[in-house]
Design a binder for this molecule. Sequence first.
Ligand SMILES: *[C@@H]1O[C@H](CO)[C@@H](O)[C@H](O)[C@H]1NC(C)=O
Ligand SMILES: *[C@@H]1O[C@H](CO)[C@@H](O)[C@H](O)[C@H]1NC(C)=O
Ligand SMILES: *[C@@H]1O[C@H](CO)[C@@H](O)[C@H](O)[C@H]1NC(C)=O
Ligand SMILES: *[C@@H]1O[C@H](CO)[C@@H](O)[C@H](O)[C@H]1NC(C)=O
Ligand SMILES: *[C@@H]1O[C@H](CO)[C@@H](O)[C@H](O)[C@H]1NC(C)=O
Ligand SMILES: [Cu+2]
Length: 411
Amino acid sequence: MHITKTTLLALQACIVLALPGPSPAGPHGLDAKAQLKELAKGAYEKAKEDSSLPSHLRSKEGTCSWKGIKIRREWGAFSKQEKLDYIKAVKCLMSKPPNYPQSMVPGARSRFDDFLAVHINQTLIIHSTGNFLSWHRYYTWLYEEALKKECGYKGTQPWWDWALTGDTGFDASPIFDGSESSLSGNGLAIPNQEPIKLIGDNNTANPPIILPPGSGGGCITSGPFKNMSLNLGPVALDAPGGVRYTAPTGNPLDYNPRCLKRDLTDEIIRTYVNANATLNNIIQAPDIATFQSIMQGPVIDGKKLIGIHGGGHFSLGGDPARDLYTSPGDPVFYFNHAAIDRVWWIWQMQDEKSRVWESTALSGTNTYRNKPPSANTTLEDWIELSYAAGPPRQIKELMSTRFGPFCYVYV
Ligand SMILES: *[C@@H]1O[C@H](CO)[C@@H](O)[C@H](O)[C@H]1NC(C)=O
Ligand SMILES: *[C@@H]1O[C@H](CO)[C@@H](O)[C@H](O)[C@H]1NC(C)=O
Ligand SMILES: *[C@@H]1O[C@H](CO)[C@@H](O)[C@H](O)[C@H]1NC(C)=O
Ligand SMILES: *[C@@H]1O[C@H](CO)[C@@H](O)[C@H](O)[C@H]1NC(C)=O
Ligand SMILES: *[C@@H]1O[C@H](CO)[C@@H](O)[C@H](O)[C@H]1NC(C)=O
Ligand SMILES: [Cu+2]
């Protein structure tokens, strides 16, 4: 792919904030966490009692029954052995040769890199678009499938409960505590880091976003991935002090091995991805346009917000998490996107007819913030991830977690 100025401008715009939203006392006087739990339970029960699908949409694959359903759980609910099994499978994926031919992705060294390459290549047609949620649902599922089919993993893809991490702080989170059963911890602490300045669209509607630096910043120093090599990118990596990095050769698909860096930032996760923000994303969105806007960062009173999606990514900090294109280079990416997928699932399950099966379930076009202008996304559109090892799928096959290739729910 080649990175143009337009690409970079689009990228600047992409980094968008989430809301510390107004906090609901809730219909039953429950706090945000309890309400979220209720909504998730409601979605689960609904899936359980009715796993049938509209008959006109049944395909030979549309046979997901409750008996065969897979349940995705939060990392904290995994036993130590289950965690070790998951980590082992990810390391296995990092050790398998890539599917991409070197002529297409010269820098790919593993199956893990195949996934990263496909994301880098398609970044501007899968973010702030109408296919953002379905694309990332399929992508995360294919990754889970690769762990299972190619690396013998028996479990399901874990998700990340941001609010739990906010409560304990990153250092005490079972995902980030740096133990052998974590996904590795913080980067080496760099003192006195400057804030992160996200340039935005460079217009008054989108003034720059300033994010606080975290407590790390350097290469990760502990846990299973401390020696991993991040091979591709960066494309547009925002670093403290308003510095932006791109690939040294100009081609982000060239081989550029470097360490994984993190700059874990409690303040970001507590501000932007707390239980209230997540709950509001669900209960304050009557339609998909609003749902996506809250998730990816609306403009409120002239201030651009980063949304729970951006909040999750930016709270990790470092390289690659501050680069929209290269972010799947950190294995925690898939935890964040399972969590995003779960929020979408909870929201969809409140009204499957209009939020899953009908054209009202989609909003947006096929280019990043419609730049350049493109057609509206439709249920008939195709998602193409061939080198990540999945056949092309139409969006309509990817709208329900109990249809098409999928058969899973969340707890
Ligand atoms: C969420 O909102 C409630 C009600 O206003 C408030 O008590 C609580 O502190 C908020 N929680 C967070 C994490 O912001
Ligand atoms: C990138 O996307 C283009 C257009 O969809 C495609 O032709 C090309 O093969 C892709 N390259 C990679 C590395 O996937
Ligand atoms: C943003 O606006 C300033 C002032 O007009 C200009 O100097 C700068 O080049 C612009 N940046 C981008 C990324 O367009
Ligand atoms: C770390 O990576 C280097 C280069 O890939 C390798 O030579 C070394 O053995 C690795 N060390 C550990 C502890 O895995
Ligand atoms: C695309 O979607 C927008 C917003 O829903 C709508 O106003 C517009 O008419 C649609 N365009 C086409 C060509 O269908
Ligand atoms: Cu993405």
